[in-house]
Design a protein. Structure first.
Lengths: 211, 333, 333, 211
């Protein structure tokens, strides 16, 4: 979001995210192989690659349109648990931003909040269940407190990324209660949750784009 | 990783092309989105029975498309649930005016994607019901898990509901029948080796020469416990006892016993295990009236097996025996 | 060695017990000597079609016993041809007064043991004929070998001759038909991994991660050459080209394409390979009219595949399509 | 054949052979795994174990009866190539000894010659094809030349064993032309033929029994 949270800024942030996901594909596969089925990196990479093609061929006219394009591409290409969850997150964010031409810090925080609500509505996970919710929940809280105290878009996203990274790390000792890792019971402890890791990666990329 | 493939990214589409070539009389395969449809779909005034899930479990689900079983199957990427557009396309392609029943294995991804598809199909004007199968007794169904997984019971469910739909049972009837089957089918599996997902390139876990994974699912994941391998006389009861005690199955019950291979275990071992399971059930006074032995719901090349027990009554026996003509299951036709 | 077995010495008998339990309606299993007989044997005035060989190739041969295919199968120890008394017992048990045709795969042990059995049966007063199938193009049939091995073509031969016998074709007719099929069927296989014979306890060979064995038989032995593994687009022609060029199969020929798994290769890879083989044949103008895809003649848990091509005419198509009801192959019934 | 080539001596020799085969079971499996299918040791061991049970429960009344019992047991329990070949060898030997109560050196040599002819009649192998014929052929020649020059039973068998061992060793560089090893073509060279090895083991045991 070199150009801020404009239509173009959002599209650039998603392109950057696609590059980061592709760089971290193998890491996400490795994390998911340990406590899941080893496809998270491949799924996310497939989805974000498809998203970049769509961004290249269509011209979404508003921030909401960019977010909707992201949502529908992820839903129709990722599959697995992550597809509908990230898809819903982007869909709810799109609804939250309405027809704004640019997201200011409060609207950005609201969009992040809506994304989290979407993930929870679909996946029914709470903090501590060892999922992406463990990264997204503290990220939303941090974004809000920076936005409320007058921080700019860059600092809102930086705070969100920082909190998401800590939230992701916090999943390591947890015993999973949602998703595939929950089948492992106690054996899921001692591993980083792949979805929490991808959430942290996305937010860190968005923060980098906004600087 | 040694596999007979070209590119990990195109494995599913490449295999679908081979399936289409192998069964031109039975299947109509679409590629974008990927759906395997029975050749004579839509069948007018018949409930469309649709399932799907990640690929890598062949013959499940595409191998069960055809007369008397599934109308369509939606193959996701390997071990990845399909996307809603695949399911939506399957519904659109098979809707004969009597609605569609979605058979969903209980995994977060499958449940969420089929849920979205059902919402979309409702918008398209098709009446859609979903049932979620969760027959794996290795997982406790509690607040602390995503619930039990759908495993071997899925094959039996698809056969029985498919037979009912073929006979003209309506959507309510098919749904009720599906819930009945789900209520009385239980499974458990073990792995002697891991499998390698093509895009991952490495085995999902590594076992020592004297270890196995007990209580596995069908996605190459480790099981509930890593335990020493024993002789078949110990392995079979390690699967069968938890199954019998879970429902529970009791003396005098009539059952279907399904001895399933995980993909890399040869038939000679499956038959050997099946023989032991039959003897153990006989000792408990449980009467095996029907059986299925073979690799029907697999995890790529994983070595291992699962057992499934379905409680039977005359209705279910009659539906099990009804004619079926699919690539992987065929009789009476 | 990790296997679902009890004792290597009793694997075959233990598996036969499971097979008997799994198919009570189809099979009658005897243990000493070991013979798998179709449940309604002897069928009066029908030629008895009998085969057999070492165990470890399941479903071959026991899985092909039943209406429209084999009257009996003689399972030897793992990868060891059966003894003459097994074959003699099979003949005695299935003789319906029209004589017996023995289908023998071309291995020294099989040929010698069936030869002795035929001599004994003649003394017992049954008219016996033998045919030897040798369809493996990987082995040159010369003074310097034991001749070509019998591999995948055996499955097709047993189906087609079994159908003829079921229709009442006499011993001369069955023998002539078998020789015709043998004359126009060719196969070749490859292995991505070795298998472990239970009594040996160790794999029959070891391959590096980028190596495969080309031109294997079905007994876990190494192939004619150890070569680098390539993508499926190279593996499939490495099997298909020598087959096509051997008979040779020519433009316009009508064929049955049989894509067989060696036991540890999952169906998704077999379908993928099958799709490639169909495309390559189409490019040559060879018309695939029938196909069979799956693990039908295996080497325990070996990963790998074989291709078999049979030249068809109306007679063979009609016999291939004829009803069959066995544990492993079933249609029309 | 502590008691010479009498009925009892022959039975004892076969019992000793069963022990030796069982001790060498794994070696024969290993040899067969290299150029065959890994069952030769198991097949032979199954056959000789069954033979000992039969010797224990029946009382063969003549050398020919002992040899016939050996033949029929091997034929009905060994399977593979070795079963009919060794079975025929013992069957032909039984025919050759007729109703003799004890085998003198010329008759012993004649029996060995008949055994070889039986193997060749069934298996059609010649010397140099890398089979048991490569061990048995020189053994028969050696036995005959010792018998002709007046050697006793023990020296006839010792000469046969010695020649069989050399004959077995001679198979190492050969490219097989018969049996399973022939499928390997050039790759069969550099390995000892398992059937030649078992022939040498049997003759060495018979020689030991006769001392
Ligand atoms: N119920 C849920 N709520 C929120 N996140 C979830 C839930 N279930 C799974 N996840 C997230 O999804 C990630 C796995 O995604 P992925 O591997 O793509 O799908 P799948 O588990 O279907 O293979 C997990 O690491 C976890 O963060
Ligand atoms: N045609 C033949 N003539 C003589 N000996 C043979 C012939 N074919 C095989 N053999 C012998 O049989 C041995 C293999 O026996 P075995 O492993 O028991 O049978 P199989 O080859 O059927 O597995 C070979 O090592 C060889 O010595
Ligand atoms: Mg995953
Ligand atoms: Mg997945
Ligand atoms: Mg053998
Ligand atoms: Mg052998």
């Amino acid at each position: 979001m070199a150009a801020g949270c404009t239509t173009e800024g959002l599209a650039d942030a998603l392109r950057a995210a696609a590059r980061v996901i592709s760089e971290h594909r193998d890491e996400l596969i490795r994390l998911d192989r340990a406590i899941g089925d080893g496809d998270h990196g491949e799924n996310m990479n497939r989805g974000f690659t498809a998203m970049v093609s769509k961004l290249d061929t269509s011209e979404p006219a508003s921030p909401a349109a960019v977010l909707k394009l992201a949502a529908s591409t992820l839903i129709s290409t990722v599959g697995g648990a992550a597809g509908p969850l990230y898809g819903t997150a982007f869909l709810r964010a799109a609804a939250a931003v309405g027809d704004a031409a640019e997201l200011d810090p409060p609207l950005l925080a609201k969009a992040l909040q809506a994304a989290l609500e979407g993930v929870v509505a679909r996946g029914k996970a709470a903090v501590g269940d060892k999922t992406m919710v463990d990264a997204l929940t503290p990220a939303v809280a941090a974004a809000e407190s920076v936005a409320v105290t007058g921080g700019d878009v860059a600092s809102v996203l930086a705070a969100a990324a920082e909190a998401a990274e800590q939230g992701a790390e916090s999943t390591v000792p947890l015993v999973a209660r949602k998703g595939r890792a929950s089948y492992l019971g106690e054996r899921s402890a001692g591993h980083l949750d792949p979805g929490a890791r991808s959430t942290a990666l996305l937010l860190r990329t968005f923060a980098g784009s906004a600087r | 990783m040694k596999k007979i493939i070209n590119d990990p990214a195109t494995v599913v589409a490449d295999a679908l092309r081979g399936m289409a070539a192998a069964h031109p009389d039975l299947l109509d395969v679409q590629y974008d989105p990927a759906v395997v449809v029975r050749a004579d779909a839509p069948v007018s005034r018949k409930v469309a029975v649709i399932s799907g899930g990640g690929s890598g479990h062949e013959p499940l689900h595409g191998g069960f498309v055809g007369r008397g079983m599934l109308d369509a199957a939606c193959p996701g990427a390997v071990f990845t649930s399909p996307t809603p557009d695949q399911v939506r396309a399957a519904i659109a392609r098979t809707d004969g005016g009597a609605g569609a029943l979605l058979i969903v294995k209980n995994y977060t991804g499958d449940v969420l994607n089929f849920e979205t598809a059902a919402e979309l199909a409702a918008v398209d004007g098709v009446e859609v019901r979903s049932v979620v199968i969760d027959d794996d007794v290795a997982v406790k169904d509690s607040l602390y898990t995503a619930g039990r997984r759908g495993v071997g019971g899925t094959v039996l469910l698809e056969k029985i509901v498919g037979a009912a739909a073929e006979r003209g049972v309506d959507l309510d009837g098919c749904e009720a029948l599906a819930r009945k089957v789900i209520g009385q089918v239980r499974s458990m599996g073990l792995a002697l080796s891991a499998c390698t997902v093509p895009h991952a390139g490495e085995p999902s876990f590594t076992l020592a020469d004297d270890e196995m994974e007990l209580g596995i699912g069908i996605h190459g994941e480790p099981g509930r416990q890593r335990v020493p391998v024993g002789p078949a006389s110990e392995l079979v009861p390690a699967l069968l006892d938890p199954i019998v005690e879970d429902l529970p199955f009791a003396e005098g019950d009539r059952v279907l016993l399904f001895t399933n291979g995980m993909g890399g275990t040869p038939l000679i071992e499956l038959y050997l295990a099946h023989g032991i399971a039959e003897r153990l059930l006989a000792e408990r006074g449980i009467v095996v009236e029907r059986r299925l032995v073979g690799p029907y719901i697999t995890s790529l090349e994983m070595q291992g097996m699962s057992l499934t027990l379905l409680k039977l009554d005359d209705e279910l026996i009659d539906l099990w025996d009804a004619p079926v003509h699919t690539p992987a299951l065929r009789w009476g036709l």
